[in-house]
Design a protein around this ligand. Structure first.
Ligand code: ADP
Ligand code: MG
Length: 325
């Protein structure tokens, strides 16, 4: 079971940022209004996610940390997924690749409870002091798998990838307050902070007020798909694609087809080495898209990719034409 867990774990957890993404998604699924992420050494020695969500019952803690344990589907609504997580693999995977401690307290509970897993071995839950919500702490990621450890980049770039993951989730959930802190060497340096806001406020916070002044609002629809969000004017382009935020039904995704469509839309107005800044929100009936292509869930597969690409290219080109480009 330990070895099996470690294999599955590699699929879900490639680096600190993927662990952070899973843990923050769990916090969001638990209806948290405030999520705080602390990392040390780029997330390699410590990732701690604190939320004020509904918590986990003490009796359910061992199950939550087991493989294929999810409280989020009942089998009948696999296609109609509204929560972020639905595979029940993340916590078990994290417990297989690092030292994992989950402390939680539900609203009705007299006290909190904590449980620890290391190397896939679980201790029974113990009572713990906590006001409410959940704290998940992952220490020494990949300590038992030096080969994976070797593939991690510098602390700085792992930390940047964590910040990137947080920005994407923060953009997806504007009403939730997010804080990301670097607590390396006993310090406490705020890397990202966002108070709960509306979509426009969150967009301005993540991409800057200048972006709003230099962006085109999008509103296009075709055959059950809708494209919303904002795309930057060509004059506001960047030398890299870091600030391209893509969402499908409210989830952050990374998808070559979508990125390609974005690039294609600007091909006449941007030089090859320039990249548009954009936050694109694509929505559709969940049956038209498969978000479960890869365990890390950032790739998507559309039933009709050509249709989606066409919508993005024409929606953006229309907006560019309106703006005089
Ligand atoms: P999934 O999210 O796919 O269900 P996970 O392994 O990520 O699987 O989590 C397992 C279960 O643990 C979840 O279904 C949920 O019931 C519980 N859980 C995990 N994190 C939290 C959290 N932050 N708050 C409340 N419940 C949580
Ligand atoms: Mg999850």
């Amino acid at each position: 079971e330990g070895a099996v867990n470690r294999i599955a774990a590699g699929e879900v957890v490639e680096r600190p940022a993927s662990a952070v993404k899973e843990l923050v998604e769990n916090a969001l699924d638990a209806r948290a209004t405030r999520v705080t992420v602390d990392i040390a050494d780029g997330g390699r020695t410590l990732i701690r996610v604190t939320d004020d969500g509904h918590g986990i019952e003490a009796a359910d803690l061992p199950l939550a940390l087991s493989r294929h344990a999810t409280s989020k589907i009942d089998g009948s609504d696999l296609l109609n997924i509204h929560s972020f997580g639905f595979r029940g693999e993340a916590l078990a995977s994290l417990g297989a690749v690092g030292r994992l401690t989950v402390t939680s307290r539900t609203a009705g509970a007299a006290e909190g409870a904590t449980i620890r897993v290391s190397g896939g071995r679980m201790d029974p839950p113990r009572p713990a002091a906590l006001r409410g919500g959940t704290v998940v702490e992952l220490r020494d990621l990949f300590h038992a798998t030096p080969a994976r450890l070797k593939f991690l980049k510098s602390e700085r770039s792992e930390g940047m990838a964590v910040a990137d993951a947080i920005r994407r989730l923060a953009m997806a959930e504007p009403a939730v307050a997010f804080t990301l802190r670097d607590v390396s060497d006993g310090g406490e340096r705020v890397l990202f902070r966002a108070d709960g806001s509306d979509a426009a406020g969150r967009l301005a916070l993540v991409l800057g007020r200048d972006f709003i002044r230099n962006a085109m609002p999008l509103d296009a629809a075709r055959d059950g798909f809708h494209l919303g969000g904002h795309a930057g004017l060509p004059t506001f382009s960047r030398g890299n694609a870091v600030h391209q935020y893509l969402f499908v039904n409210g989830r952050p995704v990374r998808d070559r087809m979508l990125t390609g469509a974005l690039r294609g839309a600007y091909s006449d107005v941007l030089a090859k080495d320039r990249h548009a800044v954009a936050a694109l929100f694509l929505t559709c009936d969940p049956v038209l898209v498969d978000v479960n292509v890869h365990p890390a869930k950032t790739e998507v597969r559309f039933r009709d990719a050509g249709l989606v690409r066409g919508l993005i290219v024409s929606g953006l080109r229309h907006a560019l034409a309106e703006a005089g480009h």
